[in-house]
Structure formats: structure tokens, C-alpha cells
Write a protein that binds this ligand. Structure first.
Ligand code: MN
Length: 321
């Protein structure tokens, strides 16, 4: 998915100074963002005062939306650089096309992982014939400096490893959880996992004390370290934990996101991550002149023009909004 916010703002994030070294319980409220004419998403990252969790730097939760009589998701071609996009659905499907020739339908609980590296463009749409409901999350992972100009590529994995405990089933979307590793390529130590809890279940999820974590509620009612987390909200948990207490009040579904705190300061603007305002300005110029980001074939519609750069120069201006 694209950051279609027409009021695109620059954000600067990353660096150790912004990380909670100890366990914390910081409940993040979403910001509602309209994508196109009909779709609304709840944006959890970047959030006021909290911009990253490990290398995870963008989190949208959308649906469940009844799209039986609607086109559903329609995101025309747009560029990315310096990041990976993760498509994760609970209901419905998304048809992905990109400028390196990928054409892939990503279904529920399948990993659609696009590594933009130095530059790629893609479109995402609900297929003409689609399921009644669309429910999912769109996430970005920042690439560390050593890998951010890697060759762009797309991976699709329908078969992901699972970790189970009584009342809890975890699917490892990306990275490693309790020794189980996703086949998706990662470029920094991190984890993304989908947790399904049955009503009444209590469990302690093993965590890496060197990672910082957050949990996003997808559906149902669960307590995370004692805190009720409702769908669309995300609880930031800080670092220093070896176990995460979970309790399901009803059948519930959570996304666990975590990783080693991202040391590098990054500049995010629209769908790009760079290290300086000059890099972002170059990316914008390249997209608007049709270079670097390639061409998406087969999408019925024009590419999305980049928003104007802000009048003030893009440069680091602190980690908090
Ligand atoms: Mn996108």
C-alpha cells in the first residue's frame, strides 16, 4: 500500500535516544487516514512521539471492510526506496504488480514481501472478483545503510512456520520467534508474528530482551502484559523483556512486532526512506521523470504523482514531532 496522505510530511526517526531501554506499557492510538475515495486505515506508526519499533517504521491497520459491492483496495503504481513492504491479510486478497515483473495474488495469512532497495514501483488492488471482507495490515521495514541500495525484488510465501503453546498459535511472518524463522529475507534482527489466541488462554510468549516490541490488536479482546488492547490500537512494550504475558478475554488475534533498536537516523517522506533531504529530492525527481523506479505493467490507471516537497529543506529536526 502507498502512503497516499496528500499532506505528506517529512519525518526523521531512528537512533538509540528514542528507545525505551526498560519494559514499558505505552498505548498508542491510531490516526485515521483516508486512502483514496473509500478506504480508511488506522495508522499506528509513525505515531505521535513514537516513530519506530526496531526497523518497523510504518504500520497501517485496515478493515474488516465489507467490499462485496465495491472495488476494494485500489492503489495505483507508486514508488518505494530504502524499505521493505509487508502485506499481511486476515481476510480477502490483494493483487500485487511491480516494476520487476511480479504479478502475485497475496491471500490471507500469506507473506507478500517487497524489498524496494534502491528503487521499485508497484500497484496493489483487490481483484475484480474478490472476497466479501478485506482485513489486514500494511507494514514497512527500514533497510539498514549497508543494504538499502540492494536490488529490488518481491517474495511470496504461503507456507510460514508456526510456534504453538496451549491456547496460542503464532505464525512467524518475518524474522525469528522462539527459534522458528520465516523464509522472508530480512536485513536486520527483527520479528513480525501473527498470534491467534483462543478465549480464556493465558500464555507467556518468549521474547529477546535486546529487542524492543509492540503488539497491535487485529481482532477480539486480549490483555497484553495486563493492558487491554483493542483492535486498531498498539501497545509499545520497550526492551528488556524475556517473556510477554498474554491473556485472551475472547478469541483474539494480535500482531507482534519487534526488533533490535534501529541505530541509524532516517528520513521518511511519502513512500521513501533516505538519509538526507537531497536523496529524497532526487527520488522525487526520478519518479516524476520516469527513471529509476521502473514501470508497472497491466494496472488499469495512471501512476500516483509525488506530493510537493515541503518549503523548508528536508533535514533532521529531532526525533519527536
Ligand atoms: Mn506501496
Amino acid at each position: 500500500m502507498s502512503n497516499l496522505d496528500d499532506q505528506a510530511t517529512l519525518s526523521v526517526c531512528g537512533g538509540r535516544g528514542f528507545v525505551a531501554a526498560e519494559p514499558v506499557r505505552e498505548l498508542l492510538s491510531p490516526r485515521t487516514v483516508k486512502l483514496g475515495a473509500s478506504t480508511e486505515v488506522r495508522r499506528l506508526l509513525p505515531n505521535l512521539g513514537r516513530r519506530m519499533v526496531g526497523a518497523w517504521c510504518f504500520v497501517d491497520h485496515y478493515g474488516p471492510d465489507d467490499i462485496a459491492d465495491e472495488p476494494g483496495m485500489q492503489v495505483p503504481p507508486h514508488p518505494h526506496m530504502g524499505l521493505q513492504t509487508v502485506s499481511w491479510l486476515h481476510e480477502g486478497e490483494v493483487l500485487h504488480r511491480d516494476s520487476v515483473g511480479s504479478l502475485q495474488t497475496v491471500g490471507a495469512r500469506e507473506l507478500g514481501l517487497m524489498t524496494s532497495g534502491r528503487g521499485i514501483s508497484h500497484s496493489e488492488e483487490s481483484p475484480t472478483s474478490h472476497a466479501k471482507f478485506l482485513h489486514g495490515a500494511q507494514l514497512w521495514v527500514a533497510l539498514p545503510d549497508a543494504h538499502r541500495t540492494t536490488e529490488p525484488h518481491f517474495q511470496h510465501h504461503a507456507d510460514l512456520p508456526a510456534v504453538t503453546a496451549p491456547g496460542v498459535a503464532a505464525t512467524v511472518i518475518l524474522g525469528t520467534l522462539d527459534g522458528a524463522a520465516s523464509p522472508g529475507t530480512t536485513y536486520s534482527p527483527l520479528v513480525g508474528a501473527d498470534l491467534t489466541l483462543t478465549a480464556g488462554a493465558e500464555a507467556g510468549l518468549p521474547l529477546d530482551p535486546d529487542f524492543e516490541y509492540a503488539v497491535l490488536a487485529m481482532s477480539g479482546e486480549a490483555r497484553v502484559d495486563g493492558v487491554p488492547v483493542l483492535p486498531g490500537s498498539m501497545l509499545y512494550l520497550g526492551c528488556g523483556r524475556t517473556e510477554l504475558p498474554l491473556r485472551a478475554v475472547s478469541d483474539a488475534s494480535l500482531l507482534l512486532l519487534g526488533g533490535e533498536p534501529f541505530e541509524e537516523e532516517i528520513v521518511m517522506f511519502w513512500n521513501w526512506i533516505g538519509r538526507s533531504g537531497e536523496e529524497i529530492a532526487q527520488a522525487r525527481s526520478d519518479w516524476m521523470t520516469g527513471t529509476r523506479f521502473g514501470e508497472v505493467k497491466g494496472y488499469d490507471g495512471a501512476p500516483i504523482p509525488a506530493p510537493e516537497l515541503p518549503a523548508t529543506p528536508l533535514k533532521p529536526r529531532g526525533r519527536r514531532r
